[in-house]
Design a protein around this ligand. Sequence first.
Ligand SMILES: Cc1cc2nc3c(=O)[nH]c(=O)nc-3n(C[C@H](O)[C@H](O)[C@H](O)COP(=O)(O)OP(=O)(O)OC[C@H]3O[C@@H](n4cnc5c(N)ncnc54)[C@H](O)[C@@H]3O)c2cc1C
Ligand code: FES
Length: 291
Amino acid sequence: MKKDKKNSEPLIQDFTSSFTVVYKEEMAKRTICRMDIEAPLIARKARAGQFIVLRVREGGERIPMTITDKDPEKGTITIFYQVIGKTTALMRTLKVGESFADVVGPLGVPDEIESVGKIVMVGGGTGTAVLYHITKAYREKDNYIVGIIGGREKELIILEKEMGVLCDELIITTDDGSYGERGLVTDALTRVLKDSPDIRLVWGIGPLAMMKAVANLTRPYRIKTMVSLNPIMVDGTGMCGCCRVTVATQTKFCCVDGPSFDGHEVDFDELLKRKGMYFPQERESLLFSVR
Ligand SMILES: Cc1cc2nc3c(=O)[nH]c(=O)nc-3n(C[C@H](O)[C@H](O)[C@H](O)COP(=O)(O)OP(=O)(O)OC[C@H]3O[C@@H](n4cnc5c(N)ncnc54)[C@H](O)[C@@H]3O)c2cc1C
Ligand code: FES
């Protein structure tokens, strides 16, 4: 899987857009939120696999979010996020008509999407929001797509209808069996891999442990497996070094070399350790913000 570095455009800061929320939908007892944001320049340039870095308020934390979809005609981008800590909780308070302080993007290397034949797209939790834009690009290249999307319970399944339109087959899993097949997305993938010797490519996007499990499952079959990594990011432009990951024993900066990488080459154990590094501070910051 080649990275489309030659077509990635130089970073521009869009000072002309207002980054106004034009649509908002809350799901899963308000723990997942969709927002359509006015950002015409980003909507025009964004390609599958890319993300933005946003700030809710002046002086606030910068956080990365994947561009799940874009509408260049309306000049909007769509994000789906899980309300997990201080900044995402603050994001949820924004109403339609209110604006983000700033949004930078599109960032990251767009994925080069090719016509390869039969592919499996696996999304876990809000990872499906990251998977969606990439799946759409594979659809446009006429691949045969088997989708597997899952969550802990029915309410946490997102983009089912939209993925259903893109996929030739769609399997839904829930950990508790409240919808679709009972079990993990990796259980369904195990079966699909056994039954279909003609799979050319697998994408797995979701929690790090899930992506590691997907890569481990496909390794014995020698099927190319791509993942989209989500380390802590600050500037998103290759300057702070925060998003270091080890891929094929080399240090890469996820924001400028990724976020997509060959899952068989990623050192997931190191990334899992680094990702939990600030957990006590994040916890404290959330508790402090709700006092
Ligand atoms: C390229 C990329 C794309 C992403 N796309 C999405 C998406 O589409 N939808 C979605 O729900 N989430 C996405 N994330 C994760 C999202 O950025 C974090 O959930 C968010 O930053 C949490 O912030 P918080 O203050 O609410 O939570 P905190 O309490 O600060 O953190 C909760 C957890 O979120 C992660 N996190 C915190 N700060 C950052 C940071 N600056 N960069 C990366 N991760 C962080 C850590 O795992 C942390 O333990 C993406 C991350 C990356 C790197
Ligand atoms: S986020 Fe700073 S180098 Fe990648």
